[in-house]
Write a new protein. Structure first.
Length: 405
């Protein structure tokens, strides 16, 4: 039985988003290995409660948070990244102490997997597995000028990072220390120099727990439909395009649209929605169960994001059985196929809302198609995007690396 050290900044039971990625992957790792996980101290109470109830003896958690002076950073939209970097620096001493106490076969940098955010695990000399990683994905060039000026600068800086990856010392050092590199998309895999390409495996880190399938869209054959989007309301998530698209859908179609989320674009989106002939409401701070219930009571899910390595909200909607409208781009093109989604071509900010409106009308007028696509998405999640499959993938990877030692 192997002993593995995992850095999982986000790792908590009964949560969605990044927390569920960290949590479910370490649960899978612990089926056949002893797993030591370094995570944030504010995750301790729910984790310890779970471990006590489920008697998970192969999982050992170690908790760390930065000095209190820095804690407020994580509550700010951009401050969380600075806080994360400080957290990564802070766990070096904890990881070094654990190394002296245990013989680790591998170390893994798990959540917040982005090639542009640092990890310092390679510096403590345990055979290192990097990922799953994103960061190579980008917004289509035709959409960059639609973004607020600050976001345009950020996106152009991301492009500069991609161009200069080959001379980025921290990126190259981390790459050189990896025994394996796990990338969510080919865009990220292509960032790595040719000499490291043989170490790369593609692994999208998103999956859905079996209990989510208890929620199921009703697929009522009605002319009035409910459209739903669950997303952070920030520029590259492009949620405003849903409101723009509804301007091209005649008011004779009875549509209720619910937008769940919060972020810097919320007021802008709300202001535009007041001009719509359709009923658009906004909600935020819902529990995951409440979000899943809203999905179950909906008819169409729209994910208009311009950049995502893996969109867990999209996977949840598919698991519930909703047909999807999304861009045929980035991680969305991997998560979906044509049987479960109307995948819009990459065009431009003027054409995309028109294409989205056409897709909305098509699904409104075809309730049988909505049900067929929803069922196909549900089937795809069950067969492809499940946590057990991630665990089996990791076991095969360990076996392959073991054979080379």
């Amino acid at each position: 039985m192997r002993t593995i050290l995992v850095s999982a900044y986000a790792c908590e039971p009964y949560k969605g988003s990044e927390q569920t990625v960290g949590w479910n992957i370490v649960l899978e790792l612990a089926k056949n290995n002893i797993v030591h996980v370094i995570t944030r101290a504010n995750n301790q109470e729910p984790i310890e409660k779970f471990l006590k109830e489920k008697k998970k003896t192969n999982l050992k958690f170690h908790y760390y948070d930065t000095p209190k002076i820095f804690l407020s950073l994580k509550n700010k939209e951009k401050g969380v990244y600075l806080y994360y970097i400080l957290w990564q620096i802070g766990i070096i001493s904890l990881a070094s102490k654990l190394k002296k106490l245990h013989h680790f076969d591998y170390s893994i940098h798990l959540t917040f997997g982005n090639v542009w955010l640092p990890t310092f695990l390679p510096f403590i000399n345990i055979p290192f597995i990097y990922g799953p990683l994103g960061g190579g994905e980008g917004i289509p060039d035709t959409f960059i000028n639609k973004l607020p000026i600050k976001q345009r600068i950020i996106q152009r800086f991301r492009k500069l990072l991609k161009i200069t990856a080959c001379i980025n010392p921290l990126f190259l050092y981390t790459s050189s220390k990896c025994k394996a590199i796990l990338c969510r998309t080919k865009d990220t895999a292509n960032l790595f120099p040719e000499k490291y390409q043989s170490r790369i495996n593609l692994l999208e880190d998103g999956a859905i727990e079996p209990e989510i399938f208890d929620y199921h869209a009703s697929h009522k054959k009605q002319y009035e439909v409910k459209i739903i989007s669950t997303s952070r309301l920030i520029a590259f998530k492009n949620v405003i395009s849903i409101v723009e698209a509804l301007e091209y859908v005649p008011s004779s179609y009875k549509i209720n649209c619910i937008i769940i989320g919060s972020g810097s674009e919320k007021l802008k989106i709300q202001k535009l929605s007041t001009e719509s002939s359709h009923h658009i409401i906004f909600k935020e701070r819902l529990s995951r169960n409440d979000v899943l219930q809203e999905l179950s009571n909906s008819d169409i899910f729209i994910s208009p994001s311009l950049r995502d390595a893996c969109n867990l909200s999209l996977l949840e909607a598919m698991a519930v059985g909703l047909p999807v409208i999304c861009l045929n781009w980035s991680g969305m093109a991997i998560s979906t196929d044509d049987s479960c989604a109307i995948r819009l071509p990459v065009t431009n900010p003027e054409q995309m809302p028109k294409d989205m409106a056409a897709a909305i009308i098509k699904l409104i007028e075809n309730p049988e198609l909505r049900k067929r696509m929803g069922d196909a998405g549900r089937k795809r999640i069950k067969e492809v995007f499940n946590w057990e499959a991630k665990g089996l993938f990791m076991e095969r990877l360990f076996a392959e690396l073991d054979s080379k030692r």
